[in-house]
Write a protein that binds this ligand. Sequence first.
Ligand code: ADP
Ligand code: MG
Length: 470
Amino acid sequence: MEQAIISQAPQLEKLIATTAHEKMPWYHGKINRQEGERRLYSGVQPDGKFLVRDREELGSFALSVMYGKTVYHYQILQDKSGKLSMPEGTKFDTIWQLVEYLKMKPDGIVTVLGEACVNGKTAEKTPSLPATRRSAQNGYTPPPRAAALASNSATAVPVERDLLPMDCDGFNPYHNPNDIKRFNIQREQLLMDEVELGSGNFGCVKKGVLKTESGQIDVAIKVLKSENEKLVKEEMMREAEIMHQLSNPFIVRMLGLCNAENLMLVMEMAAAGPLNKFLSTRKDSVSVENIVNLMHQVSMGMKYLEEKNFVHRDLAARNVLLVNQQFAKISDFGLSKALGADDNYYKARTAGKWPLKWYAPECINYHKFSSKSDVWSFGVTMWEAFSYGGKPYKKMKGQEVSTFINNGGRMECPPACPERMYTVMKECWTYSHEDRPDFKKVEESMRTYHYSISGKAKLEGADAAAEPSK
Ligand code: ADP
Ligand code: MG
């Protein structure tokens, strides 16, 4: 259930957000202007005291505000796409966001909003998030185990089950619209370790700590080599620009850029490192079910990218990073592109240093990149995962792989890989991108299989435990 909820998180968030005002103390439902005035004039009458009510016409709202002992009424406008605003003011998706904004900025009305004129129904019970989620409003969740144990409530993690992503530090599907991203990180806020997490042409990735008002966060810092010229700097800015637009639990979050002795891209830390390395050193301790879970998470992250019209272009096990053994995040947006609203693919003008073994035929033949070509790479990434970090296409060169694929060749099923998972891989390697499944479909296949085996494994475990010892 929890996993199903995560995969639907964006839709759920929207649903909750668009109806959230109904539970707010300042929302009075369908009352007319006179009743609104009566309620505002009763009791104290400070400037900014306000309420929101439904207007006579269905689905439209009005704001009534007290100022200088007089009540002013405003119609809340809604444009064709459903966005809400004050006349000529900033537009918002939801009523409560608009109200929160008007508390800070008058945006054309007599005064900023102050105290709520409390509606009788919600007076006693102001809505709040569950204990373990509450701090997420400020951007960061507390360490999960500690929070779960401290709250000692129904939300605590049962001891017998594996940690799920949402139990982990850094799992934060709820982003606060008022939480302004610190795109510009000051050098004083960063402590950099000597420890190198990885390196590449661009420079290296170092371990570090970011100091914020709400505490310290472990971070990974991509440091550009100082001798690099303008072009490489621009590349990193583009990578940051892409990451800045993404917010999903299964995608590494960017925390900001810092322009100091070098240009630095600051990201949340995925301490257990790249998936291929992790699996190749733990062949005996990581179960197939565990790998199915991780690859399902990757498919959820990719489904999110597909919905947002971003192509990754470098999906591979080396670019799936682990927070821990149960929690994967997609990283390395160095080659990624945001597609235009009307574009189905990105066309590269020239071929670059490309990971050919992960690329679909249309990428190699026509330089066309789409979410469908990411699906092909997902298949190769699955193959790497189920062969515990094996190298795809053995010793073949990129060009040989291309010929092999064109002749209908495909990699074999890795020894430990379940038949159902190999079927998904082969579907990902459908030659024509038109017939290839999209991530919506792939995520569904991964989810269905993941739930079917995790349920069974739990039951079998329980049966075994219930058996009387002889
Ligand atoms: P490249 O474009 O050179 O592949 P990556 O973004 O993949 O650069 O980073 C290179 C390496 O740095 C990764 O393979 C990984 O080992 C380490 N690394 C990158 N980002 C993180 C992170 N957020 N947390 C932990 N390690 C990271
Ligand atoms: Mg990489």
